[in-house]
Ligand binder design. Structure first.
Ligand SMILES: Cc1cc2nc3c(=O)[nH]c(=O)nc-3n(C[C@H](O)[C@H](O)[C@H](O)COP(=O)(O)OP(=O)(O)OC[C@H]3O[C@@H](n4cnc5c(N)ncnc54)[C@H](O)[C@@H]3O)c2cc1C
Length: 439
């Protein structure tokens, strides 16, 4: 909805949060909707960029993030956040074709509680004020945007950021891709077991061993893998995971597979501490970026199409986006659309968009692989120099380096993977062409 435009008053003349015009209206430079890792990271970065920030979530901002977040240590360290972890593994492996392949990279589990508290404290020390309630509507005019909360209160800012996750509340207009949405799905248990499901001190990123399945299941259903880790003190996290499938692998099948896999290994669940249900899109089409809303996190399609990871990106890209938004807000008479455009450009630059399309192209290949091709492909992938596969998964390669990595995979993969990749190339000419041309 668009109201009658009025000229934007300079920032200094706008009321500050502490002097909101009425008890029911909060005024800020930026309203961030959503208090997951993305919303909290960006709200903090915006405040540290000198902006007044109002946050909104249906729950208290420090309500625990519900998911178990894995992250590579080399993604946290440059952000000065490497100590916000509960566990750290140097013994990391993948199982492919029945054999363990050692990964020369350190994996960690985010300490959600401490990281969340740290970001919230940093935000509060600057300007972030969180309100509790569900965002229900947003309206825009020439000078800003107004979010209406369930209780009728409003939050007004020069721009609104939708950080409400993979099923965004406001940012629903998406590009048309013609591809079905592929989902990552997983069923996991944190608990105690009759015998160790993985070696002491070990992190198993992917155990694709399928020997507990019938030949028909192996042939007819998308491959799944075990993601598992030793949490110490006799506790383990085990999760049966479908990397990507369209349609999604049902959680009931993953639950059943997890128990069968454990039973096959002679392991019984003794005590369940926590059950994790995981289902989110890997290739949610990018939102339209020509409107008055900015997005961040799952809402902005920031999930890495090759891995499903996103938390490192949400933490790592917040500052750049915040600086761009701050610069746009400081310019007089900037409309919400112009501020959002500055944020979008920082988040989804042409180079990043191009790499994203290359990753989407890679995802389409993975969706086509059968069991043998899956094993072959990941064997080739994890035998790349660590800088290449790590850079691929963390989205830190330049576009040229990403293309070189993809070509190297093609050149060194088994013939059956090469023919699948060729077929994918022929089937996805449009996607590849768009990526290479930078459209
Ligand atoms: C089970 C699971 C495990 C995952 N594991 C990993 C992992 O190991 N590593 C990794 O990098 N990624 C992982 N992901 C993927 C991804 O990083 C997460 O989904 C992440 O939580 C997305 O962050 P987000 O802040 O964008 O959205 P969310 O975490 O979904 O947060 C959305 C926020 O918006 C709020 N909200 C929703 N509706 C409204 C409304 N109407 N008004 C106001 N606020 C609203 C919510 O309450 C919440 O605060 C996992 C995902 C799942 C589901």
């Amino acid at each position: 909805m668009t109201a009658t435009p009025t000229p934007a008053p300079p920032l200094a003349q706008q009321p500050a949060t502490a002097h909101a015009p009425s008890a029911a209206t909060t005024v800020a430079d930026v309203v961030v909707v959503g208090a997951g890792p993305a919303g909290v990271s960006l709200a903090t970065a915006l405040a540290e960029a000198g902006l007044r920030v109002a946050g909104l979530a249906p729950h208290a901002p420090d309500a625990p993030w519900p998911n178990t977040y894995g992250i590579w240590e080399d993604e946290l360290a440059p952000l000065g956040l490497a100590h916000f972890v509960t566990h750290r593994w140097t013994d990391c492996v993948v199982y492919l074709h029945g054999r363990a392949l050692r990964l020369d990279r350190v994996y960690t589990l985010v300490d959600n509680r401490r990281l969340q508290a740290h970001l919230l404290e940093r935000g509060a020390a600057r300007s972030v004020v969180w309100r509790q309630g569900p965002a229900q509507a947003v309206t825009h005019d020439a000078t800003g945007s107004t979010v209406t909360v369930g209780d009728g209160a409003t939050l007004r800012g020069r721009v609104v950021v939708d950080a409400t996750g993979h099923r965004p509340v406001f940012l629903t207009a998406r590009q048309v891709t013609g591809h079905p949405i592929a989902y990552q799905a997983a069923y996991g248990i944190v608990g105690r077991f009759s015998a160790p499901p993985v070696r002491a001190g070990q992190l198993v990123l992917m155990d694709f061993r399928p020997d507990y399945l019938t030949p028909a299941e192996r042939r007819d259903q998308p491959p799944t893998f075990l993601y598992a880790m030793d949490l110490g003190d006799g506790r383990y996290f085990v999760e049966e995971t479908s990397l990507a499938a369209a349609p999604a692998v049902p959680l009931t099948r993953l639950e059943e597979r997890l128990h069968r896999r454990l039973a096959h290994a002679g392991v019984r669940v003794v005590e369940v501490e926590h059950v994790e249900h995981c289902l989110f899109p890997m290739n949610l089409p990018l939102p339209r970026r020509d409107g008055p809303l900015l997005g961040y996190g799952g809402a902005a399609s920031m999930v890495h199409p090759a891995s499903g990871y996103q938390v490192a990106a949400a933490l790592g890209r917040a500052r750049r986006v915040a600086d761009a938004v701050a610069a746009a807000v400081q310019r007089p008479d900037t409309s919400p659309a112009a501020i959002a455009a500055a944020g979008w450009e920082a988040l989804w630059s042409a180079a990043r968009l191009r790499r994203h399309r290359l990753y989407l192209f890679g995802l389409q290949a993975i969706l086509r692989f059968d069991e043998e091709q899956t094993h072959d492909f990941f064997t080739t992938f994890f035998r790349l120099p660590t800088t290449q596969w790590a850079g691929y998964l963390s989205n830190t390669l330049t576009t040229a380096a990403l293309v070189r990595t993809m070509l190297r995979i093609f050149a060194t993969a088994s013939p059956r993977v090469r023919s699948a990749l060729l077929a994918n190339g022929l089937g996805e000419v449009g996607l590849l062409w768009a990526a290479l041309r930078g459209e």
